[in-house]
Structures are given as structure tokens and as C-alpha cells.
Design a protein around this ligand. Sequence first.
Ligand SMILES: Nc1ncnc2c1ncn2[C@@H]1O[C@H](COP(=O)(O)OP(=O)(O)OP(=O)(O)O)[C@@H](O)[C@H]1O
Ligand SMILES: [Mg+2]
Length: 399
Amino acid sequence: MEFRKFDSDKDVTEFVLHNTELFEPDTQLTVSEIGDGNINFIYRVGQPGGDSVIVKQALPYVRIIGEGWPLSQDRVRIEAETLQYEGSHCPDLVPTVYHFDADLCAIVMEDIGQHENLRHALIARRRLPNLASDLGRFLADTLYHSSDLHLDSHAKKELVKSYINPDLCKITEELFFWDPYCDHERNSINPHLRPYAEQLWADDALKLEVYKLKRQFLCDAEALLHGDLHAGSVFASGSGTKVIDPEFAYVGPIGFDIGSILGNFLLNYAGQANLPGDLAERRDYQAWLLDSVETLWNTFAERFYIHMREKTQDPSFNNEIYRTWYLDKLFADTLGYAGTEMIRRTIGLAHVADIESIEDPQSRANSEKLALRIGCELIMARDQIIDVEALAQRIRRIS
Ligand SMILES: Nc1ncnc2c1ncn2[C@@H]1O[C@H](COP(=O)(O)OP(=O)(O)OP(=O)(O)O)[C@@H](O)[C@H]1O
Ligand SMILES: [Mg+2]
């Protein structure tokens, strides 16, 4: 069958009815398009007041731009296979994939709509008790089992091959590691922040460290990454956590995924300095965010360390000094990539509502300055910050 875009509600409902056994064949289903993503078409399909599923279809271009920004549809195969891979290790933490159709470039998956977008939850200062430990477990289990620590040499190379994702990687290479470090036309900069952006562009020592992180992003095929683990890719509720949208997945450096999500906790931390609401409440929430960063890293590190000690076939990991060196290296990479996430979300193309929703431009610039200060410090001091407690102390000192 040739690719075609779903062009009516009937088209979408028939796709669901023909390819899954979730509904009786003659069920009347309704379709609504969900418009808050940028790249693909997302439909909720279900019985009014009853069960529903999500259909995600990838067109050969970026949805909100159109044919002027072409993008390989292989991204949706990569997304479906990554969700299935992640689900094989953490079934409770990703939506179940019910069907993937390679011709129509479409996935039918579980509707996780009873959870809230994590970015909205953080802005509303909700405390989610399992969030940080769920994310630490997700990262430890998905990253360890797709790395050379776990896979034999041939299986690992097969993995690298099937997750070659050049179009999506190129977006990250440019938006994370290039645009924010020069006066690029794609950047979006609050006029009150402009002198600080100019200072950053002149900071050769910082740019040198970013070049090193970029080299590692390009060359270090360490484990299968989610590739776009920001707060909008996480959905959470009091009862659980779900990670969606791994269309940027490829085999890259482990610290990139951990750093991306930690950077998002810290962007919210910077936003809370000037978001509306009671000051004491915002400070308390900042303390909760730092606790969450500690829990996330500690959960990841403890689990990953146990996997290293007890599961790996690679005899190098019998050496305790090497195991510790490896984790320390992952921590330093994590801090570096958290820093690049914070900087690119402050002066690059795509900003975050945690800071962007601060209405007064001067107050917003104050949060943006804090995000830049933390981001630069994480990049420059990533080899000196010895553990996650020292990280929290340093962030408290900066702010
Ligand atoms: N499985 C799901 N269950 C419920 N809602 C979902 C699901 N998948 C996606 N959505 C909704 O659709 C929105 C966009 O989804 P997603 O981020 O996967 O799309 P995208 O086009 O890849 O967007 P982006 O621009 O973030 O890459 C999500 O923010 C969420 O509101
Ligand atoms: Mg996406």
C-alpha cells in the first residue's frame, strides 16, 4: 500500500477497527485531533464516554511548517520500535503499542490521557511522589539493556544500524550544539537578555566544552536513547508516570537522556524564581525540585550499578574501580548535557513554558539569567561536581 494521509474521521476509525481488536467491529467511534505537538498528526479515537486509543501519523514533513521542512517518515518506525523496546523493560512507564503500520506511517497506542503533561504539572507546582524514582528506573533499565554492557557485540551493532536517525539527529545537532552559541537567525532572545547572550557567544572556554559534548553526541554510540526526553515527553499523575514520543531515538551517549530531563527540572527551578504565586511556596517547590533531581540520579545510579555488577557479560566490570569510574563519567556527561538543554531552551529556537509564561519581560529575563548561569556552570564544572548532593548545593549557591 502507498502512503496517504488520513483524510477523514472514517479513515482513522477504520484504521483502528481493522488493525486492532480493542473495539467490536461495528462500534461507533469518534475522532478528535490533538493539536499540541509540532511534528506529527495525533488523533484520539474512542467511544463517547468510553475507551479510547491514540493514533499518531507521521507525514513526510513537519506538521506546523509544511512541505518546506521535509522530515524522514522513518521516524515513526523508530518511535514504534523504541516504545516496544522500552515497554519490554518498563511496561508500566510507556504507552502500549497496539499496532504499527509501515505503509501509512501510523501507530495505534494506549491513550495515557488520564496523566498530565509534566511541564504543566511542574508549572502548577504539583508534587508527584513517584516521578523521580520512575524516571530513574526508566533510564537505568532502558539505557543499560541497550548498551555494550549488556548486548553482545553483534547484537549491539545491529541495534546501532536499525536506529540510524539522521534527520532527527541533525535537528538536535543544530538546535542544541550550534545555534545557541552564535547569533543565529533561528534563536529567539528576550531583548533584556541580549547582553548576556552576547557574553555567552564570546565565551571561548564555554564553547570549547560544548564542542566536546557535541562530538560525544555525534560519535558515542553508547546506548539506545529516547533522544527527546524533555518535560513535555513525560506524563504523570499521583499513580504513575508515562514517557512518550521517542521519535528522536538513536544510539548515543547515555548522559544525553539523563541530562535532558534533569535540565528540564532545573529550567522549572529557574522559572519558579519569577512565576506567579506566593514566594515561600515557590521556594519550597524549588527545594522539592532539587530533591527530585537527587532521587532521579540516585535511583538511576543505584540500579545501573547493580546491573553492571550483577548482569553484565563484560569482564571489565568485575573491576570495582572501573565500575565507579564509569558511573562518574556518566554523571559528568549528564551535567554537561543538562547545561546544554538549559542554554538552548533559554536563547535557542524552542523555549519552555516554565519560563516563557512569566509575563513581565524583565522578570522573565531574571529567570533566564538564572537558567544560563546554572547551564554554564554545569557545563564548565561537570568534572568537578563530585556527586548529586554537591550539585544541589552548587545550584542553591548560584541562586
Ligand atoms: N499515547 C498518548 N496518550 C494520550 N495523549 C497523547 C499520547 N500521545 C500523544 N498524546 C498527546 O499529543 C500531544 C503530542 O504528542 P507527541 O509529543 O507525541 O507529538 P509530536 O508531534 O511528536 O510532538 P512534538 O512537537 O512534541 O515532537 C502530547 O502532548 C499529548 O497531549
Ligand atoms: Mg515528537
